[in-house]
Design a protein around this ligand. Structure first.
Ligand code: ZN
Length: 340
């Protein structure tokens, strides 16, 4: 089958022929229809320090996908055959304390499809049946493909009670933008999103009812004044990984404010911890999803009016994957979907 492979220990990806995955008794085989390019894939494409340390070569990459179950293992119920699905890309063990307590997202033995085990940028994917998430008819494959990053946004946004709260989001990448849409859907009062990329701020305003702020041109204090806010934001989402943005979040939160952090700084970043202490801030690290509870919440929100389709800005055949990665690197895109 065709697959996008990290074939060599150097930057790039290669559209190669690889052997069809063979499924075990607890797995399903998914025929992939669409995949999404993630920031993680960009790291692997660029072959930065994190990627070199984490990804064994060769590796079929990719973890955002939708498709159809075409084969089931001996222990898997036959009714899954033909089902349209997406799925959780973290494959967990069942030995750790956390996993045995049902907190699968905290299992230290977790493997990532398309990162440490073969991924979804391929005609077929082998996935444990446990990880499969059936798609309702109301969710097409294109939306199915972005449920993985939407899940990151939902996990971040629902970390704290948002009803009636003022939310500051640092970073208008696709996940930042989707977290804004979720915050709005979940009942926040003001939702302000910051970036220094005009394309992405403009996209944010198209996807969600938010106040976009270019922090290279406008002062957040002025924005707060305009909105009639007196003390600061109640909740912050850190979606940028930019040290300056983290500082800005800390500075513009109220006493006792809360921060959910998903952005990954490319190098150790300094924070003025004195401010964190005296403002009595709560900081929560976010990775992946709280597995199936997050999947449940996002499918429920999509069924009740959450609309993030406009975050998809490019649709390309997989043969054009190279331009997809280049467009994404320039920062002039939302989500990019590859058709298989
Ligand atoms: Zn992803």
């Amino acid at each position: 089958m065709h697959a996008l492979v990290k074939a060599y220990d150097k930057p790039g990806l290669w559209l190669d022929q690889v052997v069809l995955p063979r499924i075990g008794p607890d797995d399903v085989l998914i025929e992939i229809s669409k995949t999404g390019i993630c920031g993680t894939d960009m790291h692997i494409y660029a072959w930065d320090e994190w990627a070199r340390r984490t990804v064994p070569v060769p590796m079929v990459v990719g973890h955002e996908y939708a498709g159809k179950v075409v084969e089931v293992g001996a222990n898997v119920r036959k009714s899954l055959l033909g089902q349209r699905v997406s799925g959780e890309g973290h494959v967990v063990g069942n030995q750790s304390r956390a996993a045995r307590a049902g907190r699968f997202h905290l299992d230290p033995q977790t493997q990532g499809i398309g990162v440490t085990i073969p991924g979804a940028f391929a005609e077929y994917l082998c996935l444990p049946a446990f990880n499969v998430v059936p798609l309702p008819d109301s969710i097409d494959d294109e939306i199915g493909t972005i449920l993985d990053p939407l899940g990151n946004a939902v996990h971040t946004a629902l970390s704290f009670d948002l009803i009636g709260e003022d939310v500051l989001i640092a970073g208008a990448g696709p996940i930042g933008i989707m977290s804004a849409a979720v915050a709005r859907h979940a009942g926040a009062r003001h939702v302000v999103i910051t970036d220094i990329n005009p394309y992405r701020l403009n996209l944010a305003a198209q996807v969600a009812d938010v106040v976009p702020v270019d922090v290279s041109r406008e002062d957040l204090a002025d924005v707060m004044g305009r909105l009639g806010m007196k003390e600061g934001f109640d909740i912050g989402f850190e979606m940028s990984g930019a040290p300056a943005a983290i500082e800005q979040l800390v500075d513009h939160l109220v006493m006792g404010g809360k921060i959910a952090m998903l952005g990954i700084p490319s190098r150790p970043a300094t924070v003025d911890w004195t401010k964190v202490v005296f403002k009595m801030l709560t900081i929560k690290g976010i990775y992946g999803r709280e597995m199936f509870e997050t999947w449940h919440k996002m499918l429920a929100m999509l069924a009740s009016g959450l609309d993030v389709r406009k975050v998809i800005t490019h649709r390309l055949p997989v043969s054009d994957f190279q331009s997809g990665f280049e467009i994404m690197r320039e920062g002039s895109s939302g989500k990019i979907v590859l058709n298989w």
